[in-house]
Ligand binder design. Structure first.
Ligand SMILES: Nc1ncnc2c1ncn2[C@@H]1O[C@H](COP(=O)(O)OP(=O)(O)OP(=O)(O)O)[C@@H](O)[C@H]1O
Length: 330
């Protein structure tokens, strides 16, 4: 990748000698203006990787290169990392008694007061927090504080923004708005973003690239749609789409004919209804989820899950015809 702004090569960081904790030989490249989402279950090493990229943690081996310059760790310089790379953590690290404007403006030097003011106001406009200018941080909601923290991180000509669980403190509606705002910001400014989330939908919606971590090891990277549709491992299929995973024997008991030892499919790949060739399953449970319903289905002692749109056409029957047109093999 010729225009990559961040290159991470064989990065390893173990906290305890001889024990698997931290990350091991992680490598990736990220082009300027792209969003990378690091996704993995709890304890998989997401924060460790982000802290190493930011320069907060000294890796045991490997390197991080920002714009062709090696990022220096905490043992090498007083303020580690790179000045054009900023991180927003879950606690936002804002001065809670100071006003919104001052929290943001404090990131800029006083040598040109007019420029300082115009940059701060422009950044506040971009993040739609201009009306909060004179409010103190303690008077803001979690979502508003999130916007201030991002504005604060970006105001000083930042080129790479690192976000640690950026949506953990906001409700679903606000989360959608913030995710859309971040995408817009990246499209308008060419900003590069690396975000860590335990919620795969953040990565699927926002990212240009996903990096899947398991126990500190990289499982797969690639564009969200490609990784979702062709996961390399059962772990990734479960993580991204809560896939149904069956052994070969179980798969055969519900009429599938796999070649490999494990089969996985997403619940939305299962079609229900009495189409030709469908196989009858017993409906064990129905979970109302709003615009769709999740069904737990059983045949020959094997349970699977399927989704049904709540469009008024579905019937509340105990037996249902099932067709599984596509499945993955591992
Ligand atoms: N300071 C530390 N000392 C010892 N072990 C640590 C330290 N920080 C993290 N670890 C261990 O390293 C592993 C990765 O932790 P990390 O915080 O990077 O995971 P994570 O994917 O960000 O988890 P979560 O989603 O729960 O925040 C875990 O096993 C964790 O217990």
């Amino acid at each position: 990748m010729s225009n990559s702004i961040i290159r991470v090569k064989n990065l390893s960081k173990q906290y305890l000698e001889g024990q698997a904790s931290g990350i091991s030989t992680v490598s990736f490249e990220l082009a300027a203006g792209e969003i990378l989402a690091i996704i993995g279950e709890s304890g998989s090493g997401k924060s460790t990787l982000l802290k190493c990229i930011y320069g907060l943690l000294k890796p045991d081996s490997g390197e991080i290169v920002f714009d062709n310059m090696r990022v220096k760790g905490p043992d090498e310089q007083l303020v580690p990392g790179h000045p054009q790379m900023k991180m927003v953590t879950q606690d936002f690290s804002l001065n809670i008694y100071a006003k919104v404007y001052d929290n943001i403006a404090s990131q800029l030097s006083n040598t040109n007061v007019k420029l300082k003011e115009s940059k701060t106001l422009a950044m506040m406009d971009q993040l739609r927090i201009g009306h909060l200018r004179n409010k103190r941080i303690v008077e803001l909601s979690g979502g508003e504080q999130q916007r201030v923290a991002i504005a604060r991180a970006l105001v000083s000509d930042t080129r790479v923004l690192l976000l640690d669980e950026p949506f953990s403190q906001v409700d679903a509606l606000l989360k959608n708005q913030l995710r859309t705002d971040i995408r817009k910001l990246v499209a308008e400014t060419g900003l590069t973003v690396v975000l860590v989330s335990h919620d795969p939908s953040d990565g699927l919606f926002l990212a240009d690239q996903l990096l899947i971590l398991k126990s500190g090891l990289m499982q797969q990277t690639g564009p969200p749609k490609a990784v979702y549709m062709r996961p390399d491992t059962v772990y990734t299929a479960r993580l991204l789409g809560n896939a149904v995973v069956l052994s070969r024997n179980e798969a055969e008991r519900i009429g599938l004919k796999p070649q490999q030892e494990q089969v996985a499919f997403y619940p939305e790949w299962v079609t229900t209804g009495d189409s030709p060739g469908s196989i009858p399953f017993t409906v064990k449970d129905r979970y109302f989820k709003g615009f769709y319903e999740e069904l737990v289905l059983e045949r020959n002692g094997v349970q699977i899950r399927a989704l049904q749109l709540q469009n008024g056409k579905q019937r509340d029957t105990d037996l249902i015809g099932v067709h599984i047109p596509r499945f993955l093999e591992f």
